[in-house]
Design a protein around this ligand. Structure first.
Ligand SMILES: *Cc1c(COP(=O)(O)O)cnc(C)c1O
Length: 439
């Protein structure tokens, strides 16, 4: 007799495997408050009657722009005027004036001919990488070993041959470029700022190699746009490299606090992706309100550096305070503060204890987001965290580290910004609402 398939058991087993490996994900139910961010209400087990105020220390709304009053106002006005939806795909009635305006704004931000907006940063990498590589004959994709999942999926979908180069290792990249030879089409794919370690790519050296060996370059600036460069154009703007990189990809969901992704490049490349990418063509475009909000955020951060300065200051202050307390932070030169735990179970326990005992929310980062044995708490200070928040964070982490018996390091002094720089930044002028909420 043929045994019939027990469908349910396969689903239950799949979940059981994750739980056995401590990889099962539990989402915290959080209600963010635009006016008091990084404060949020946490509902344990989704209980609607019980909510507790917590401080978020792991948001990718890095600058708190999601709650900025100009951004909220622009989005509300657009809903009032245009309703909630775009009404169609870009080709079938869904190309509205807001999205056209945003694309012009983004092209200008990165010093490129044109830009194209997608429903998310994840989709923009999938769509752009696969389409660009497929358009080139026998393209070899040279991909940094630590690239984000969205880039891996884009590369896979292209069906092209892929070669990994060791993370940020220029010599390894050059070996592959030489091996491929000058005739072959080559696409170098990397991130400007890697979000889990917070390290920064050698953009100048990569661009120089691309020029030397005639390769095309594609950079994911998701964790840098809005936050680096004089107008928020990212690491490439900061390092004067925008015109030396062919395709720049970014998100509207992190530094800009909203939703959506994009690429900026020359006219022909943008036209190819617009015309050939199914994940761009066959989906409804983002609504005017979401785009209007993003547009306000991009515009604001082009002319205001107060948020960027205070962001860097709070990141430096947080690193300084954690290192001085002997907490094992991983050093880098960005705004990301990774705190090493090195064990999935302990990482989850530390996160739970921070939330339950100290009302601090930091999601544990476990495999497959990072390698096994490098599980960590990834802390993201924002300009809206205060010095009192940092003090509370340090005291809470020290308590958790002691309770769980986690190892401390030798207390270190991490260089902190000069007093004059700190004094020049007045948080109240950038965030009038922060003051109001505190009163
Ligand atoms: C978050 C992320 C993305 C995806 O962006 P979304 O707008 O959130 O879809 C792409 N690349 C990197 C490196 C990311 O961390």
């Amino acid at each position: 007799m043929v045994e019939s398939v027990n469908y349910q058991s396969h689903f239950v087993d799949a979940i059981g495997r994750l739980k056995a490996e401590n990889r099962y994900r539990v989402f915290a139910n959080l209600e963010r408050d635009a006016r008091t961010f990084p404060t949020a209400l946490w509902r344990q087990d989704g209980d609607p009657t019980e909510a507790r105020e917590v401080t978020i220390w792991c948001s990718n709304d890095y600058l708190g722009m999601g709650g900025h009053q100009d951004v909220r106002r622009a989005a509300c006005e657009a809903i009032d005027k245009h309703g909630i939806g775009a009404g169609g795909t870009r080709n079938i009635s869904g190309t509205h004036s807001q999205i056209v305006g945003l694309e012009e704004e983004l092209a200008d931000l990165h010093g490129k001919d044109a830009a194209l907006v997608f429903t998310s940063g994840w989709i923009s990498n999938l769509a752009a990488l696969s389409t660009i590589a497929q358009t080139l004959p026998d393209c070899l994709i040279l991909s940094d070993a630590l690239n984000h999942n969205s880039m891996i999926e884009g590369v896979r979908r292209s069906g092209c041959e892929k070669k990994l180069w060791r993370h940020n290792d220029i010599a390894d990249l050059e070996r592959s470029l030489i091996e491929a030879g000058p005739e072959r089409a080559k696409l170098i794919v990397f991130e400007s700022l890697y979000s889990m370690d917070g390290d920064i790519a050698p953009v100048r050296e990569i661009a120089a190699l691309a020029r030397k060996y005639n390769a095309l370059t594609y950079v994911d600036e998701v964790h840098a746009v809005g936050m680096y460069g004089a107008r928020g154009g990212g690491i490439c703007e900061r390092d004067g490299m925008m015109q030396h990189i062919d395709i720049i990809e970014g998100t509207l969901a992190k530094g800009y606090g909203g939703l959506g992704g994009y690429i900026a490049a020359n006219e022909a490349i943008i036209d190819v992706v617009r015309s050939y990418a199914p994940s761009f063509i066959f989906t409804t475009s983002l609504p005017p309100s979401v785009i209007a909000g993003a547009r306000a955020a991009v515009r604001h951060l082009k002319q205001s550096s107060v948020e960027r300065q205070r962001h860097q200051r709070m990141a430096a202050l947080t690193k300084h305070a954690l290192a001085a307390a002997g907490l094992p932070i991983m050093h880098n030169s960005s705004h990301i503060v990774p705190l090493m735990v090195g064990d999935a179970d302990l990482c989850k326990k530390a996160s739970d204890m921070l939330l339950e005992r100290h009302s601090i929310y930091i999601q544990p980062i476990n495999y497959p987001t990072v390698d096994i044995g490098t599980e960590r708490l990834r802390i993201t200070p924002t300009p809206r965290h205060t010095e009192a928040h940092v003090t509370d964070l340090v005291e809470s982490l020290v308590d958790v580290w002691r309770t769980l018996g986690l190892p401390f390091t030798e207390p270190k002094v991490v260089p902190f910004l000069a007093r004059s720089t700190a004094a020049a930044i007045d948080p109240q002028c950038a965030y009038p609402e922060m003051k109001r909420a505190a009163e």
